[in-house]
Design a protein around this ligand. Structure first.
Ligand SMILES: N=CN[C@@H](CCC(=O)O)C(=O)O
Ligand SMILES: [Mn+2]
Ligand SMILES: [Mn+2]
Length: 332
């Protein structure tokens, strides 16, 4: 395990904007805003030692403020504001988790304009370095995207940490889309093809499964690419609690560790209106929560991210509240 003092955090640790209702200072009144601490290296190191005793790693949240992937994918931009919106929705929630939670701040991606490209690739590399460093230190990491280009940043971190050396790692995506587009440059529509190519270059095969694929929202070309790459998927219309849990159990069985990525457009549009591409059908939130619980119960969760929240199109913070609930479930 690396020294925690070598953490490559994205920002100088400053008080971050966590707030919520105040019912008192005792543990019985505890909420997220009273719990989350800036990710100072010595505090994280202590929490890792304590977490090893209780069997619960400390969690570290990391924002990936990026619009560039969705912009390149011709979607509706606004996801760069999502990390702030998720923190605001998490802050007032009652805290029942038996682990420490830290906030490592945000990696900020410059957005392109006037025909110029933004530096998505640089941002993904920086984010990947931070994730790998936090994983090496012993944390359970959760990235708050950003468009789904967040997933390639997550992959870089997962691929780089010493914790995945010699380990069978899979990627479980909860999403209406494959995001396997073959494009000249990275976007929110390409991350899993980028991963498949990176794994192939390393002499491995990407273990990739998706729950919630919408047939009308993925072309025949994308279904063919998924088949060529051996991608396992469950269509949205067949995703009941029973089928989804059994699909995920089968996938997890052949793995030692899993990276979970949740694209909020997997949910019905009335549950998650604040996304670039809202779903006409979608997978019920109860099913998504059940899937996340299965992943957590497996003990194989290494890293997770939540992507595509777009506060510009949200209604009364509905989607941000769902994202916060899912973060809470991931860390339960
Ligand atoms: N992140 C991926 N987004 C979808 C968007 C689809 C759409 O705009 O309809 C994709 O590229 O397939
Ligand atoms: Mn996606
Ligand atoms: Mn999607």
């Amino acid at each position: 395990m690396n020294e925690v003092s070598s953490l490559a955090l994205p920002v100088d640790i400053e008080p971050l904007p966590w707030s919520g209702r105040h019912d008192g200072d005792g543990p019985e009144h505890r909420r997220w805003w009273q719990t989350v601490r800036p990710c100072a290296t010595t505090d994280l190191a202590e929490a890792v030692v304590e977490g090893a005793e209780s069997g619960r790693r400390p969690a570290v949240l990391l924002g990936f403020r990026s619009d560039e992937g969705v912009r390149r994918n011709k979607g509706r931009i606004g996801a760069s504001a999502a990390p702030t919106a998720v923190r605001a929705a998490l802050g007032p929630l009652a805290f029942h988790l038996g682990r420490e939670v830290f906030d490592a701040g945000d990696v900020v991606v410059e957005t392109g304009r006037d025909g110029e490209s933004g530096d998505l690739e640089g941002g993904q590399e920086r984010c990947g370095e931070v994730i790998a460093s936090l994983l090496d230190a012993g944390a359970l990491t959760v990235t708050l995207g950003g468009g789904h280009e967040t997933a390639f940043a997550s992959y870089l971190g997962v691929a780089d940490t010493e914790r995945t050396s010699g380990v069978r790692v899979g990627v479980l995506n909860l999403d209406a889309h494959f995001d396997l587009r073959a494009e000249d440059r990275a976007s929110s529509g390409t991350p899993f093809l980028q991963m498949a190519r990176a794994e192939a270059a390393a002499g491995r095969t990407l273990e990739y499964a998706v729950v919630g694929i919408s047939r009308p929202n993925n072309t025949l070309a994308l279904f063919r690419r998924a088949d060529e790459l051996g991608v396992r998927y469950l269509l949205d219309e067949y995703a009941t609690r029973e089928t989804a849990e059994s699909f995920v159990e089968d996938f997890l069985e052949g793995l030692d560790a899993v990276y979970l990525t949740i694209d909020l457009d997997v949910l019905p549009a009335d549950v998650a209106p604040g996304v670039s591409a809202p779903a006409a059908l979608g997978v019920p939130l109860e099913v998504i929560v059940a899937v996340v619980r299965r992943v957590v119960a497996s003990g194989k969760l290494l890293h997770a991210d939540i992507a595509e929240l777009n506060p510009t199109y949200d209604l009364d913070s509905r989607t941000a509240r769902v994202a916060a609930r899912l973060v809470d479930t991931i860390l339960s």
